[in-house]
Write a protein that binds this ligand. Structure first.
Ligand SMILES: Cc1ncc(COP(=O)(O)O)c(C=O)c1O
Length: 378
């Protein structure tokens, strides 16, 4: 058996998405900027895809810009949000994805901003009172807080953050890469200025995503060049990717409730089985289903010999997962997220992340292998 439990890293392409992309690749090769019929046909396809995305998120197509994925969208939101609005202060946490944290740290290093970190608890929950204090005590800020943490699964209450940002006139960017297509987002109600998507996290293609820019914040072009993306991002569009993204999101919304129930059940089943079978097992991050992404389970194992070989041994045993441990003192190798929540550097951690394609048989197989590995190295 070969098991894929690394769906927070990327997901398998849905065959329906592949079919849609193949259709475009085969028959619609025109350049969308060309004014002849080959071009116009592809332009229509892009605008139809934009409308699909916008309708699902309850926003206007004018607020959706296709990008090369989550990293580009995060970088653009943060850099344009800060530079174009002349902000000198930003607020984030130490748990953000590197696409966010490295962007902000580079702006801090260049002297563009002062950067403040909101406190988080040992499960990765944001301290909203501390966030309010930081908003109150500083100049107008850019707030960048992710919706769900990609390593821990812990969910931030972005409605509450949006309200706070509105009260203090802050600009709010949320890295929603792990939740778009997994939870509904209503951009009529959510007080967010920027949010992002990467299609490959929802059974779509790699190298494509989008940035939502609320009409209330005006920004300058992200990439200078041609007039693509309404002058905001020059460069011939990733047409197949955009068609695949729209299809993947459409499928995700059609099947969202069913998949949420199915995957949450798999996750709860794996947690219960691990507690029963593996002495000393624990979980990093939130485990309350209301505050935890149903696709992610971060597991912490007791100290063992050759702990750093655990992922390799799982791979040899037929299981693809990812993870690591908190950084040990004096070292920066390891997970910055586990370090930030104070996880022990001596306990190896593995992130198992699930999709609609996983089964309980795969969970049984994985827990049995883990039990063997923990017993061998105890
Ligand atoms: C939370 C989060 N943000 C951003 C990214 C980057 O997305 P992409 O791989 O599309 O650049 C990822 C991908 O792992 C992620 O999990």
């Amino acid at each position: 058996m070969r098991v894929y439990f690394d769906n927070a890293a990327t997901t398998a392409l849905d065959p329906e998405v592949l079919k849609e992309m193949y259709k475009v690749m085969e028959g619609q090769f025109g350049n969308p900027s060309s004014i002849h019929s080959h071009g116009r046909e592809v332009r229509t396809l892009i605008e139809r895809s934009r409308k699909t995305v916008a309708n699902l998120l309850h926003t206007s197509p004018a607020e959706i810009f296709f990008t090369s994925g989550g990293t580009e969208a995060d970088n653009t939101a943060i850099r344009c949000g800060i530079i174009d609005h002349k902000l000198t202060h930003a607020i984030t946490t130490k748990l953000e994805h590197h696409a966010v944290i490295h962007t902000l740290q580079s702006m801090e290093k260049s002297g563009t901003i002062k950067l403040s970190y909101v406190d988080v608890d040992c499960k990765g929950n944001v301290d909203y009172n501390h966030l309010e204090t930081l908003l109150k005590d500083n100049e107008r800020s850019l707030v960048s807080l992710m919706h769900a943490n990609n390593e821990l699964g812990t969910i931030t209450d972005i409605e509450r953050v949006g309200d706070l940002c509105e009260a203090y006139n802050a600009i709010f960017h949320s890295d929603t890469v792990q939740t778009v297509g997994h939870y509904p987002h209503d951009l009529q109600k959510l007080k967010v200025h920027f949010m992002v998507c990467a299609a490959h996290k929802l059974h779509g293609p790699k190298g494509v995503g989008f940035l939502h820019v609320n009409h209330k914040v005006k920004i300058n072009p992200m990439i200078y060049g041609g007039a693509q993306e309404r002058n905001m991002r020059g460069g011939t569009e990733n047409v197949y990717g955009i068609a695949g993204l729209a299809k993947a999101l459409e499928l995700a919304y059609t099947e969202m409730g069913t998949h949420q129930t199915y995957i949450q059940d798999l996750k709860s089943y794996m947690m219960a089985k691990m507690i029963h079978e593996i002495p000393g097992v624990a979980f990093n991050g939130e485990t309350d289903p209301a505050k935890s992404l149903y696709t992610v389970l971060n597991t912490s194992f007791p100290e063992m010999d050759m702990a750093d070989m655990l992922l390799f041994n799982l791979d040899i045993a037929g299981i693809s997962a990812s993870g690591g441990s908190a950084c040990s003192s004096g070292s920066d190798i390891g997970s910055h997220v586990l370090t930030a929540i104070g996880a022990s550097a001596d306990r190896p951690s593995v992130r198992f992340s699930f999709s609609k394609y996983n089964t309980k048989d795969e969970v049984d197989f994985t827990v049995a292998k883990l039990k063997e590995l923990c017993m061998v190295s105890a």
